[in-house]
Design a protein around this ligand. Sequence first.
Ligand code: GUN
Ligand code: FE
Length: 431
Amino acid sequence: MKRFALKGTICYSASLQELKVLEQGYLLCEDGVSRGVVEKLPGDWADCEVRDYGNRLIIPGMSDLHMHAPQYTFRGTGMDLELLDWLNQETFPEEARYGDLDYADRAYTIFAENMKRGATTRACIFGTLHREATELLMEKLEQTGIRAMVGKVNMDRNSPDILRERDAKESAEDTKVWLREVAEKRASGQWTHVEPILTPRFIPSCTDELMRELKRIQTEYRLPVQSHLSENFGEIGWVKELCPDSKFYGDAYDQFGLFGGDGCPTVMAHCVHSGEEEQQLMKERGVWVAHCPQSNTNLSSGIAPIREYLDKGLKVGLGSDVAGGSTESIFRAITDAIQVSKLRWRLVDETRKPLTFAEGFYLATKGGGSFFGKVGSFEEGYELDAVVLDDSSFKSPRPLTPEQRLERICYLTDGISQIAAKYVAGENVQL
Ligand code: GUN
Ligand code: FE
């Protein structure tokens, strides 16, 4: 049994509204799992190692429920387009480069290095359709110590020849080879941090035949699923044309059994324009919403009705959606989520209150963390993902409360400079 305690100013969410704070508290860790937060070490913990972080803040690691690793190269550029033009002009040409393993190596080295240094401890990540490059991405992420679900993307229609699989058969076969190779790496113990997730890019990219193949693969390998949903009006209209029998966009996934439900945990990015019926089905099927506020702003997609989703009991976490979002910082996703919710409240629907800071923090930690199991809080029994924050460079002429310090870090940090230490499932990750 391996035990240690982290000491410092501890902040974590117990529920959507309740942010718990304990100054100079102890966070107890046993075999990678939290044994709770206490004011004094219990008697049987008296001899355990205490890692004292002084006045620093200790918070749960953050979950990024949606990002595209290959798009990291062009983050912060090409932001003057809407989704479908942006995909064709910026995204697809860049993703096509990952057929070249040297390029993939250089790009993913930079990506993994920055992920290692940030506050994200769990992530759902899209690769490209290239199997070898996706395995390289997984190898690099494995070295960072963070836990990632990574997808080889499936796409067999409606993209240029340079970024399209020949047909459904080829896409499915390549996916099975990838899954077998990943299974070998995991069985041999080479990979313990990265896992596969099934990744149909979105309905416009996948033929019906491919979706049927993917369902077979999903069932056989018991895979979780990630994709995109109801992000942009042009996209939604196109799905209606491509799938005239679907009642709404989510139904087009559901018809193939790739929309949550038993044995098929599913996370859908965006859900900016999901109507009543789609919301109802997401609730019934337990589909997670990956709310990506910065991407939805950059690509002029709109403002997702997150308060409505929370009121209705949908599962919600945050996503950076790099490179629709320009930064992988989930601190920034928190403040963006709060800010766009204020605009939505003022301009669209005054009956639904904006998100508070405590709620934004919850979404980044316990909300999104739930996709990975008992993750994202320090309550007893949660896997111990923790980030130690040093805000001493943000000078203040008067003392601030821990809550104020935490909020200010979220608004001011670049996502990396304040990170003093990071733990993933109890493992101290080298930054
Ligand atoms: N829909 C399909 N592909 C993508 C993508 O790469 N980014 C975003 N934001 N939406 C998508
Ligand atoms: Fe995306």
